[in-house]
Design a protein around this ligand. Structure first.
Ligand code: HEC
Length: 153
């Protein structure tokens, strides 16, 4: 029985995520954010903007929190703690290298969000392309970064 316990937990864990794998657009207006059009950018145009942090918080809590945790403030949610995603860049002091790292990070964030995480036919995260406007996606990333920097100053 004890040997079966981890298996039992794994089944429960994946059921909890997979039961809700459909992407539903958040009902949040991109107030105060420059419009970006349909073609996805590769880098976050809103980094550090307070309007993006507040729009991003609302959109994150509607669209992402059920898997990644409320307010991007926990590492105990079923899906990865998104505050960790640019941690490699944060350790780089050199300004040029840091900027290059952030560019890579932004492109990877956009790719993850647009195409989701579908691995050998199993949807771990649904694709958000066509559901989530890019204004909201970049605002969400800006909010996550604000959460990541809290407590480090
Ligand atoms: C149905 C659950 C679910 C929802 C809703 C969801 N995600 Fe995910 N997300 C996941 C899972 C599970 C993974 C890990 C997939 C893997 O690594 O195979 C993931 C991975 C990611 C990654 C890559 C992180 C990493 O460390 O690999 C990013 C970025 C991401 N999600 C952003 C978002 C954003 C932004 C939203 C809201 C717009 C969102 N997710 C909504 C389940 C979800």
């Amino acid at each position: 029985m004890r040997k079966l316990f981890p298996l039992f937990c794994a089944v429960l864990f994946s059921a909890a995520i997979h039961a809700n794998e459909v992407a539903v657009a958040p009902d949040v207006a991109p107030d105060g954010l420059a419009p970006l059009g349909e073609t996805w950018l590769e880098a976050n145009p809103y980094r550090g903007q307070p309007a993006a942090v507040s729009v991003g918080r609302a959109a994150y809590n509607q669209a992402c929190a059920r898997c990644h945790g409320a307010d991007a403030a926990t590492n105990a949610a079923p899906a990865p703690d998104l505050r960790q995603i640019n941690r490699y860049c944060r350790r780089i002091d050199d300004a040029e290298l840091n900027a290059a790292c952030m560019r890579d990070n932004d492109a990877w964030f956009a790719k993850s969000v647009r195409y989701g995480k579908v691995i050998v036919g199993v949807t771990h995260m649904p694709p958000w392309q066509g559901v989530l406007k890019q204004e909201l996606a970049w605002a969400i990333q800006t909010f996550i970064e604000a959460q990541a920097s809290r407590g480090r100053e």
